[in-house]
Design a protein around this ligand. Structure first.
Ligand code: SF4
Length: 366
């Protein structure tokens, strides 16, 4: 019998690597631009020297000739497209310091996404962050350079799970960490970040809340408030790897070392920390205390980014990298701007409900 049908890759590829053969609506509306030349030459060196000066303490000079042509091309294309680039604290230094317009933690990026006048947003972070930007800007185009940039917390829970919890605990409000999908936010009363979680929980004026999805952040919040917490057992795959033993070893080697930790870490880690706070609060702590030597117990790139502004501080970097954040690279950001990919789409009904929960958080007085 002859084969009656067959499926597989097409014989020839007529688009650039990484580019969908069908143009997204954004690519049809904005057009695809020619890929700029990417070579290291004296002109590129001159045009990017001020940016390298900024990151010279954290990026070896041998690496700059690879990054610089991308940095120059991205900054030119960003202007041509009228785009803004938002970058999370966990992005690598050449992205965070050399092409981003706004940097920060999830809350700061959500606020910038809400304020920006730009029609095009490129989100250098993970997918839930790009979704949040889209939820807050339904009429704008939001691109993420790699839509596979996920998050173990966001993938630990679905909108249906939230509905089941509501059935189990009728009338108990749901506070949802921003590290969740739009679908989960849509089923929630209010969002929070690690910067404002305690404030959000207490703002509701109730004695009990459902707090999703990070179990360790929930434990930390419970330790800071009298409000009773019903938690979900989601974990950040980066922060859950730290251990109290590891931190005790650092302290045994240098009793003067300072340890600052993110509240997504397990309780035995937070018990060893001199300070616990969100990424924004950790940066503020370094600025205020100017420690000689500090262990930043969070995603590894953040210490490099903070060192750019505090070169005199010695950062010990237990190198736990977030594999999702590291999917975002300069070449993919450039592809994003050239090919208008990958466009973030959120169902308008879901977006409207999710927006209420995010905006309720944004409008809380800080
Ligand atoms: S660091 Fe953790 S919480 Fe942040 S994106 Fe990665 S997996 Fe998610």
């Amino acid at each position: 019998m002859p084969i009656i049908d067959a499926f597989g890759p097409t014989a020839a590829r007529d688009t650039a690597p990484g580019v969908s053969s069908t143009l997204s609506p954004a690519a049809r509306a904005y057009g695809v631009l020619p890929m700029p030349k990417l070579e290291w030459n004296p002109e590129v060196e001159r045009a990017t020297a001020h940016l390298y000066e900024r990151i010279k303490h954290v990026v070896p000079s041998v690496e700059w000739p690879f990054f610089a042509p991308y940095v120059k091309a991205i900054n030119e294309l960003k202007e041509r497209r009228g785009a803004v680039i938002l970058a999370h604290n966990y992005q690598t230094p050449e992205i965070y310091n050399c092409v981003a317009d706004f940097v920060g933690d999830s809350l700061q990026l959500a606020r910038e996404a809400a304020k920006t006048k730009a029609k095009l947003i490129v989100q250098c972070g993970v997918h839930f962050m790009a979704e949040t930007a889209k939820v807050l800007n339904p009429d704008k185009v939001v691109l993420i350079p790699d839509s596979r940039a996920g998050c173990s917390l966001a993938s630990s829970i679905t909108g249906d799970d939230v509905c089941l919890l509501r059935e189990r605990f009728p009338g108990v409000p749901v506070v949802t960490y921003v590290n969740t999908s739009a679908e989960v936010k849509a089923e929630s009363d209010i969002c929070c970040t690690s910067s404002n979680a305690v404030q959000v929980v207490e703002s509701l004026g109730v004695d009990k809340v459902i707090f999703l999805p990070d179990e360790y952040l929930a434990k930390y919040v419970a330790s800071q408030t009298k409000v009773k917490i019903i938690a979900w057992k989601g974990h950040c795959e980066v922060h859950e790897r730290f251990t109290g033993d590891e931190l005790r070893k650092y302290r045994a080697e240098d009793p003067n070392i300072q340890i600052i930790a993110h509240p997504e870490c397990p309780p035995d880690v937070l018990a060893e920390a001199d300070f616990t706070g969100s990424t924004a609060h950790m940066i503020g702590w370094v600025r205020d205390h100017k420690p000689c030597k500090v262990v930043m117990v969070t995603e590894c790139s953040m210490a490099s980014n903070v060192k750019v502004d505090f070169p005199e501080v010695e950062f010990v970097q237990p190198c736990n990298l977030c594999p999702h954040m590291k999917r975002i690279t300069l070449p993919k950001i450039l592809d994003s701007l050239v090919y208008m990919q990958e466009e973030v789409v959120v169902d308008p009904m879901v977006a409207e409900k999710a927006r209420r929960a995010v905006e309720r958080m944004i409008h809380l007085k800080s």
